[in-house]
Design a protein around this ligand. Structure first.
Ligand code: ATP
Length: 320
């Protein structure tokens, strides 16, 4: 089954460019401080765009504005070339929304809830195939209010996709899912993306962004602080790490290395060299220094930055 192919009834007036274009959004909730402070980003068709940011950074508010649920104080938002509030009726059949609380009737069975959402669309996906892909079968008759958190997430995802949207907003799609369900959800997201659907998701899982996103938008304090593919964001100087006995004289090793090198013991016996390009001479200097100090080092080599390193560098380590 082609999970992604957008509904034939809705594709003909689709603009060819960005599925979402947000420019200079500003918003403060009644009398409060600025929550969005000039936020801009675009999300393309056929790509997964992940919004990452600490708690309270403004991701949900941004997505809510794109979904037409909130209004910005200023700035522009185009969703499939339309205004999410003024053109809400035209957008509804073309945009799938997965809300964290599901937004579903709670007194009916899971499959019945999905069937109801499907009935609102002209060309819904095949319910049996969609249920199978997201593993809804085992709780098809369970009332929505009795579903576990992970089951509810999967049902909400099915509801977001059943109308063959051209654009889908997924709010923390794999939060609370077990590893099997997470992989199934990621496969489904990739499949709809490959069929040309624009997927915009929020996540706190760096692995999810790293493995799923084509474009990452890092949001902090209501602004975009970095954008790029996971590959682009994590490119750049690697550090060199090794393991050995705890308490090595790191100052002595730093002095043996080129000017600018810093050596830290991250936790007992785990060392990292930063501040210099990790080239073969630096690796040799570390191993020579270890040999001359009777230090047995394991795993001496360069370590690429992860998306989590980049995220923490950009947004700091203070709890929000
Ligand atoms: N309805 C509301 N009324 C007042 N303040 C709100 C409202 N909704 C959100 N906020 C505030 O706006 C800020 C941004 O919240 P938002 O939910 O957009 O952040 P987020 O990046 O999605 O956070 P999280 O990762 O925790 O979901 C927060 O300080 C939050 O307290």
């Amino acid at each position: 089954m082609a999970l992604g192919s957008p509904s034939p009834a809705t594709t003909k007036d689709a603009p060819p460019d960005a599925a979402v274009e947000v420019r200079d959004l500003r918003k403060a909730y009644r009398g409060g401080p600025a929550v969005l402070d000039g936020l801009s980003f675009r999300a393309a068709r056929g790509r997964v765009t992940a919004l990452l940011g600490p708690n309270g950074a403004g991701k949900t508010t941004t997505v809510g504005i794109c979904e037409g649920l909130h209004r910005a104080d200023s700035g522009t938002v185009r969703v499939l070339g339309l205004d999410p509030v003024a053109d809400a009726a035209r957008l509804r059949p073309r945009v799938g929304v997965m809300l964290q609380d599901g937004g579903l009737p709670t007194g009916v069975g899971a499959l019945e809830a999905l069937r109801h959402v499907a009935s609102l669309h002209t060309h819904p996906l095949d319910l049996g195939a969609l249920s199978e892909r997201l593993g809804l079968g085992s709780f098809a008759r369970t009332r929505v209010r009795r579903l576990s958190g992970g089951q509810r997430q999967r049902l909400a995802m099915a509801c977001a996709l059943v109308g063959r949207p051209e654009l889908v907003f997924l709010d923390e799609p794999s939060a609370g899912l077990d590893p099997q369900a997470r992989l199934a959800v990621w496969d489904v997201v990739r499949e709809v993306r490959d069929a040309g659907v624009a997927v915009v998701l929020t996540t706190h899982l760096m692995e999810e962004a790293e493995r799923l996103a084509d474009d990452v938008v890092v949001v902090d304090h209501g602004r975009v602080v970095a954008t790029g593919s996971p590959e682009e964001l994590t490119r750049g100087p690697a550090s060199l790490s090794f393991r050995s006995r705890p308490g090595l004289p790191t100052d002595s090793l730093a002095r043996a290395l080129p000017v600018g090198a810093e050596v830290s013991e991250l936790d007992a016996g785990r060392y990292v060299v930063t501040g210099v390009d990790v080239d073969p001479r630096v690796v040799a200097t570390v191993t020579n220094w270890c040999a001359s100090h009777d230090v047995l080092a394991e795993g001496v080599g360069p370590v690429r930055r992860t998306l989590e390193d980049v995220f923490l560098d950009l947004t700091g380590r203070t709890l929000r």
